[in-house]
Design a protein around this ligand. Sequence first.
Ligand SMILES: NCc1[nH]cc(CCC(=O)O)c1CC(=O)O
Length: 315
Amino acid sequence: MTDKPQFRLGTRGSPLALAQAREVCERLGKAHPALAEADAVEIVVIKTTGDLVQDRALSEIGGKGLFTKEIEEALLDGRIDAAVHSMKDVPTWLPDGLVVDHVLPREDPRDAYFSPHGNSLADLPEGAVVGTSSLRRQAQVLIARPDLKVEPIRGNVDTRLRKLAEGQVDATLLAVAGLRRLGQADKITAAIPTEEMLPAVAQGAVGLETRADDNRSREILDAIACTESGLRVAAERALLAVLEGSCRTPIAGLAELGGGGSLRVRGLVAMPDGSEVYRADLQGSVSDPTGLGEAVGSELRAAGGSDFFDAITGH
Ligand SMILES: NCc1[nH]cc(CCC(=O)O)c1CC(=O)O
């Protein structure tokens, strides 16, 4: 008999992070009967810098890996066997020796619109205030409706919906996936079509980070990984790598599988104020997701030019 627990999962302590970790637990139990026993999988909650910062927009602090650094340290120290992450928050470049190549079946990648005003940004009155701290959402709101005002907003779903109810903002935007995983999808006014609001790279995907040489953990996770979701995330992260972006820069990307082994990758980069926007949309084969993602990234880089990229990435 092995001592319990047999598998340790590291995660942030937010309600969404815990829901994601529980989903991993459940899937592990179904795939491996030994891991279905009580306490066989331990969820280890780890506080990250991103959790401690409540009062300022994350985009102001900048820096990458705000939600992952302390968890990666636990992984490297062997205190946990795998880290559960929203792939959207995982930086482009990982510390040496760590990999994220197990992805759960992806949730809906779209952004959600919350407002008492109609079903889309188009229904908002002139000059209305949209609460979002995401530069990607801000840019696309202003591209669609230059008359709108965007104000930073933070807090959990309930806090934001209270601010909406109190009229502090006229609309707010969040990922559909988060609401679904929290069992609160009924609060969404409408999902925004991706033509209008291209999601963040890897939005809606939950990934598992492991030590590259930890074959035992990696084989255990093989049974719960979704190949298609992994391909899509790989394509989108390849796009991001070419642009050296993070989820705090106005970069969007979405890979979708078509029929007959085809893959479509769309990307967008913009100025935060919506004054400039570049889009790319390529079709290729699922056999080379990273090549297609890189091609979309390169097209965007060429379209924007170096002045534009220095401006948005702050280099
Ligand atoms: N940056 C925070 C974050 N990271 C992942 C999600 C949502 C769930 C997901 O995209 O998988 C969110 C909140 C949001 O953008 O609404």
